[in-house]
Design a protein around this ligand. Structure first.
Ligand SMILES: [Zn+2]
Length: 292
């Protein structure tokens, strides 16, 4: 745990996976080699020749509220097109408990976007039904994002396998009346506001947190890997609009380098977050080595 002002920040891990270079359609081997001196050993696994990738939630405890940002892949979910998330059985809720939080304690779940690895623990399996894991929470999600992934709306033509995360992890939240749809640019609470970062998905948003003169930016999948800080134009194969994803990345990196805001994405391996500084044509990364 570390603090941003008087807000506690915890990281709740689900799994660590490894991504090959093909994660980035624009990958350049010499780009990797030029940056190995700072990527190794944590951000590049030379033995596997892959990028270690964490899947985690960020948990905020403010003096008044318990807020969970993103909910990983979830247990018992059938994921025919994503074997890495198929029928997971992890002690995620035990890890949440170790951070002092029972599911009933969560006041807000904020979903940066509605991809498979960000919505899973929204629901859990109970007597064959998907029910909200956090029954007392409001689940904050972008309206644009809901429309894009909803099989009744923007995702009509997509195969069922693609739509399963919405069907079993988002629709039950809407049905239970627990969703709070937002535009993605509003102030949610004192010191906590949403920032639109479209591109990876159309409605992705970051959460800007200010407290006691400190600032942190919980930025979803603005970057999957630290190497993108050196190469902000490298979008991933999972990005819906790679050009717009890159534009959002430049904008956020620029913002973080100017303000000193701590950047907390969802997939960096240890050290899981850090600060960004200007370096030549792009940026360099200053990892924040406190265990969240
Ligand atoms: Zn993700």
């Amino acid at each position: 745990m570390f603090k941003v002002g008087d807000i506690e920040v915890h990281r709740i891990e689900e799994i660590i996976i490894y991504e090959p270079m093909t994660l980035f359609p624009d990958f350049q081997q010499d780009g990797l080699e030029k940056n190995l001196h700072w990527l190794k050993p944590h951000y590049y696994d030379a033995g596997r020749a892959m990028f270690p990738t964490s899947v985690h939630s960020w948990l905020l405890k403010t003096p008044k509220l318990t807020i969970l940002i993103d909910t990983c892949g979830g247990n018992n979910k059938t994921r025919p097109i994503s074997p890495r998330f198929n029928l997971l059985n992890t002690p995620y809720l035990d890890r949440l408990k170790a951070a002092g939080v029972a599911p009933e304690d969560v006041d807000y779940v904020i979903l940066t976007h509605l991809h498979i690895d960000h919505v899973g623990w929204n629901t859990k399996l109970e007597n064959g039904q998907w029910v909200p894991t956090f029954p007392n929470a409001k689940y904050v999600m972008s309206r644009v994002e809901r429309d894009f992934h909803d099989p009744q709306r923007g995702a009509k033509e997509k195969p069922e396998g693609v739509n399963l995360p919405f069907i079993d992890s988002v629709q039950p939240i809407l049905d239970a009346g627990l969703a709070q749809l937002v535009e993605g640019n509003e102030k949610l609470f004192d010191g906590i506001e949403l920032v639109p970062i479209p591109g990876h998905t159309p409605g992705m948003m970051a959460i800007k947190v200010r407290s006691g003169g400190d600032e942190a930016l919980f930025a979803g999948d603005i970057a999957h890997q630290p190497i993108q800080i050196a190469y902000p134009d490298w979008s991933t194969k999972y990005c819906a609009d790679p050009k717009q994803a890159a534009a959002s990345r430049w904008k956020i990196f620029d913002y973080c380098s100017e303000t000193g805001s701590l950047l907390l994405p969802v997939h960096f391996g240890w050290p899981y977050c850090g600060r960004i500084t200007r370096k030549g044509e792009s940026y360099s990364f200053v990892p924040f080595e406190k265990e969240p």
